[in-house]
Structure formats: C-alpha cells, structure tokens
Design a protein around this ligand. Structure first.
Ligand code: HEC
Length: 192
C-alpha cells in the first residue's frame, strides 16, 4: 500500500467516503444492499489520556500483563505472531487471518504508544483481535503498550536483526532531554 499524501486532503477524505459507502456494500441481494459502515450507531467515544512516562519497571509490568492476558496464545511467547491459536484464525468474512508479528516494528494501526494502547483497548473489529478495555485497567494497558513497543526496539524492521547502534548513540536516543535543532539533524545526517 503506497502512501497517498500527495493527493489533496479533500480528495483523500472523499475517497474514504467512496470506499465506505459505495465499495464496502454487500450487494448479494440487489434489493437489500447491506452497508457495512452504517449497520450500527457509533458507541461511546474512547477518550485517550496522555501516556505515562515509560520506565523499565512499567515495561516489566507490561510483560506480566502480556502473560496474564494470554496475548501469547495468538501472538506467540516472543510476539512473532506464532502462538498456538494462530493457525486457523479467521476474520469475520471467513478469510484466514494471521496474528500480527509484534517484533517487526511495523504497526498497521500506527506506531506510537497511544496507537498500540488504542488497539489493545478497542480490539480490531472484524478480526479475532479482542478488546481488553473491560478486562484490564488503564495502567495495565499502558504498561502492555510499552512492552509491545519494546519487542521491536532497536531492530531492523526488514531483516528482524538487531540494529548495530553504538553505545553513545543508544544513550542519546534514550535521552528524552536531548533535542535536535531540525528534524534533519535528529539522526546525525547533517553536522550540527
Ligand atoms: C484470539 C487471538 C488474539 C489474541 C488473544 C490477541 N490478539 Fe492481537 N491481534 C490478533 C490478530 C489476528 C491481529 C491482526 C489484525 C490485523 O492484521 O488486522 C492482531 C493485532 C494486534 C495488534 C495490531 C498490530 C498492528 O499492526 O497495528 C496489536 C498491537 C495487538 N494485536 C496486541 C495484542 C495484545 C497486547 C494482546 C493481549 C492483551 C493481543 N493482541 C491478543 C489476534 C489476537
């Protein structure tokens, strides 16, 4: 799926409406088309507060929640998407569906800790990915979201190999107080 940010914003919004209300319609019975996006009224909005600051203790707690919540049943002990329940999972349309590999650093629903927290809270409708909003309190879901991010930290998303990052760079990346004057300088591409 290529990026489409060069299309004007209103065109991108218009094509979303076209997909939702013209393409995503089951016309098996032409007299009674079923519109997937208007079947039920929206539920209560989910308000997402600012994330807590990450700490090693929080990530360790996230690992405990991962075990308790049985995320491993689908996503596998190490998060590679190879849990015991993985074979045979289907989406709501009956198509085979694989649990996400959470170690690649590539997240379909967004890469920030808030995105992961939202996915864990709401689940992903139409897929076997459940909602954990009612079974685990906020603090547990934040801890879990940070733990998920830690599974791909410092890993090359294409090869899955650990990135070779010199200790000094690693320390700099971990330092929340360090600011680059421009985005181009953030990764040392240009001399400061
Ligand atoms: C019943 C199986 C199942 C269980 C249990 C499960 N998941 Fe998932 N999960 C899935 C599937 C399938 C997907 C992929 C959905 C897709 O690709 O659209 C997914 C996707 C995700 C994603 C989104 C990845 C992305 O690319 O954005 C995250 C994050 C995630 N799961 C975390 C968790 C966590 C944390 C737990 C435990 C609290 C958990 N899952 C439990 C099946 C499961």
């Amino acid at each position: 799926m290529p990026p489409w940010y060069d299309l004007p914003l209103n065109d991108r919004l218009a094509v979303i409406q076209y997909i939702k209300y013209v393409l995503a319609v089951d016309r098996t019975d032409p007299k009674k088309p079923v519109q997937y996006f208007v079947v039920s009224p929206p539920g209560q909005p989910l308000y997402i507060p600012a994330p807590p600051a990450p700490t090693p203790a929080l990530i360790a707690h996230g690992k405990d929640v991962w075990t308790q919540a049985k995320c491993w049943e689908c996503h596998g002990e190490t998060g590679k998407g190879d849990g015991e329940e993985a074979p045979g999972l289907k989406d709501d349309s009956g198509f085979t569906m694989h649990p996400a590999n959470l170690t690649s650093g590539q997240f379909k629903s967004g890469p920030s800790v808030t995105d992961i927290y939202r996915t864990i809270s709401t689940g992903l409708s139409g897929t076997p990915m459940p909602s954990f909003h009612d079974s685990f309190p906020d603090a547990d879901r934040w801890a879990l979201a940070y733990y998920i991010l830690s599974l791909s930290a410092f890993t090359d998303p294409l090869s899955g190999e650990p990135l070779k990052i010199p200790a000094a760079d690693r320390q700099a990346l971990d330092n929340p107080k360090l600011e680059a004057p421009t985005p181009e300088q953030a990764y040392g591409l240009l001399p400061p």
